[in-house]
Design a protein. Structure first.
Length: 251
């Protein structure tokens, strides 16, 4: 019995993603009651050795071209089926085909992902249309959530991504998103900018907060939004439920 085999069994058996720290604690607890020759060494095993063994396990799966791979998400480690086999798995489990996000939902999600926490008004300032429906869809799918309220008049809600978003797109941290540094800092219009522009153009308007008939952002702002949408579109993967179910089949 080797440490790498034990770790493989723990990750496979865990009903939810499991962290390195949780794996280390489980190995230590089991080693205390085990009669295996290596057990005494594992009673005080360090997190560094667990991390090394996990890395070796991932390399072994890749080198042997297994149909599953080891993935670390925001909640921990899990086995997932490789994307190369997606068509075959969907043929077996057609009812688990993930619902694709519409372009409008993907644009809204991209803005939340790269500019969070962000208000609905600021999202609408960039997109130029109401996003009530898209916000509700993304909240229902548990991809975004309310993360607080902005220190602004009316205390509007601030939206941020969830752990489910991280698992869905297969990233451990927001910094792992494509072009994260650039897209999180590029200049984008805000609700306050839009309001000031409307007041300057039409000071006699009955409803200063009303959306303009047309929104013409600067070319670089549109490019930033398009880049964010494209980045998420390329990263979108089957849902975690799809992956966890198919993992059992493959293993």
């Amino acid at each position: 019995m080797q440490l790498i085999q034990i770790i493989e069994a723990l990750i496979f058996a865990a009903p939810e993603p499991v962290t390195t720290a949780e794996i280390m604690k489980a190995v230590r607890r089991a080693a205390a009651d085990s009669e295996a020759p290596q057990a005494r060494e594992w009673e005080s095993i360090s997190q560094k050795k667990i991390e090394t063994a996990i890395a070796e396990l991932g390399e072994h799966l890749a080198e042997t071209e297994r149909s599953i791979e080891l993935q670390e998400g925001a909640s921990g480690w899990r086995f997932v089926t490789r994307s190369d086999y997606a068509d075959w798995i969907r043929a077996l489990l057609p009812e688990m085909r993930p619902e694709k996000l519409s372009p409008a939902a993907l644009e809204t999600l991209a803005l939340v992902a790269y500019r969070q926490p962000i208000t609905k008004a600021d999202i609408e300032a960039v997109r130029g249309v109401s996003v009530d429906g898209q916000i509700h869809k993304l909240v229902d799918r548990n991809l975004i959530r309310v993360g607080g309220r902005a220190d602004l008049p009316g205390r509007p809600m601030l939206y941020e991504t969830t752990d489910e978003f991280m698992e869905h797109f297969g990233v451990k941290d927001l910094e792992d998103l494509p072009n994260s540094e650039e897209l999180r800092t590029v200049d984008l219009p805000t609700a306050e900018d839009e309001k000031e522009e409307e007041e300057a153009e039409n000071p006699e308007a009955d409803s200063p907060g009303e959306e303009p008939a047309e929104l013409s952002p600067e070319e670089e702002r549109l490019a930033a939004l398009a880049a964010a949408e494209q980045a998420l579109a390329e990263e979108e993967k089957p849902s975690s439920e799809d992956q966890s179910e198919t993992t059992e089949e493959e293993s």
